[in-house]
Design a protein around this ligand. Structure first.
Ligand code: AVJ
Length: 395
């Protein structure tokens, strides 16, 4: 494992007024360096960024995942690599498709119960895992701000650009709330969240190490002493297999202190026809999203996938209670991946798995939380029982 690197020192990025964020911004693009907007000094709101995943590490991790995935039988690519700029746009379009109900349902549950969530967990810090750019965040921030104790928003994502964009939007819309962005992988860096209870003897503690501990908080009193609400929304937990879900929930639970809470969004089991339709829409947006992972490999690893050579497949696996997305090779073909020095031979009709999206019941959610040392405080669904939000606290 070469990919563990100590956390880089937290960096503070000044955010000038209402200036459009350059779409192509990267690490080094400090907006204050633009000639038309002199940097302000005192009153400039700030985003603090902890980087637990550098661009180089991210690339190494992509390469390792793709090598493993393309050489396994059957082939399987991890879903986290869907979300480059194009993939994120496509996902955004998915959330507005008539067939894709989860986003709307979760939004409805949050709208109905945000105030109650804030009352049960009046957190000073809202942490959002896999934050993307969601407006659901705002429902939570609004409700928490109304309790008067909210001070800080911590978006956590693998993609720094997404984080900075989301962070700047929030900073402008919520004066007085600080933004502490964390670039990391929620399967590896949970122990480094700001305000984490120092873990004594867990694997997460090893990950936090000395450098991590410094990066995780930025001062003792700042992080602990107030409640943290950790939101993991959208049903993304369903992209993890059961063992990985268990490890994820345990890592979170291990660093929870009394008063902290997890708000978990999970899609529920329902008529398989509706489930399959949600992952195989008539407009073909999900198909394009699925194939986009091939573009990512082409660009990042110098591969020559022909996207027309792969057909989108969505199937319900009742035994495992998950939807599977696959790419089916429409013909026998060879694909070169230069950066991996690899040629992958596909048989005609060979199917490569690209995502699982597990569906739960209220009881199965509670059981998985309990196994990780978390107990259900509240559980809500939309009126049709399509999607669940669960508020869980340390047992
Ligand atoms: C963003 C992971 C919740 O699993 O439903 C949407 C991703 N994949 N359509 C999901 C997705 C295909 C989505 N999550």
């Amino acid at each position: 494992m070469t990919s563990r690197t100590p956390a880089t020192a937290p960096e503070t990025i000044p955010v000038p007024g209402r200036q459009p964020h350059p779409a192509t911004a990267t690490n080094g693009s400090d907006p204050s360096g633009r000639p038309d907007k002199p940097a302000r000094t005192d009153q400039t709101p700030q985003i603090t960024v902890d980087r637990h995943l550098t661009a180089a590490e991210r690339h190494a991790s992509l390469a390792a995942d793709m090598r493993a995935g393309l050489t396994s039988h059957p082939r399987e690519l991890p879903p986290k690599w869907f979300y480059d700029a194009t993939g994120s746009l496509l996902f955004d379009r998915i959330t507005r498709l008539p067939e894709y109900y989860p986003t709307r349902r979760e939004h409805a549950v949050l709208t109905a119960h945000a105030a109650e969530i804030a009352a049960v967990c009046p957190a000073g810090t809202l942490i959002e895992l896999g934050s993307g750019t969601s407006e659901k965040t705002r429902l939570l921030l609004d409700a928490l701000r109304a309790t008067g104790v909210l001070r800080r928003f911590v978006p956590f994502d693998v993609d720094e650009e997404t984080l900075l964009q989301a962070g700047q939007d929030i900073l402008r819309a919520y004066p007085g709330i600080s933004v502490h962005a964390v670039v990391g992988d929620f399967e590896r860096h949970l122990g480094l969240l700001p305000g984490a209870r120092p873990a004594a003897d867990t694997g997460a503690a090893a990950g936090a190490g000395a450098a991590g501990a410094a990066g995780a908080d930025g001062g003792h009193g700042e992080g602990r002493g107030d409640r943290r609400l950790v939101a993991f929304l959208g049903g993304t937990i369903g992209n993890l297999r059961p063992a990985a879900r268990g490890a994820f929930l345990r890592a979170l639970s291990d660093q929870f202190a009394d008063g902290d809470a997890l708000l978990l969004g999970a899609d529920l089991v329902k008529d398989p026809r509706r489930l399959v339709a949600a992952y195989d829409d008539s407009a073909g947006v999900t198909a394009a999203f699925n194939r986009n992972v091939l573009s990512v490999i082409n660009r990042e690893l110098g591969a020559d996938f022909d996207l027309r050579g792969f057909a989108h497949v969505a199937a319900w696996d009742a035994e495992n209670s998950w939807i599977e997305m696959r790419l089916r090779s429409v013909r026998e073909q060879e694909v070169g991946v230069r950066a991996l020095d690899l040629v992958a031979r596909f048989d005609a009709d060979e199917q490569m798995r690209t995502e699982i999206s597990a569906k739960f019941t209220l009881d199965s959610i509670a059981a998985e939380l309990a196994a990780a040392g978390l107990s259900v405080s509240h559980q809500w669904t939309d009126p049709d029982g399509d999607f669940a939000l669960t508020l869980a606290v340390p047992s």
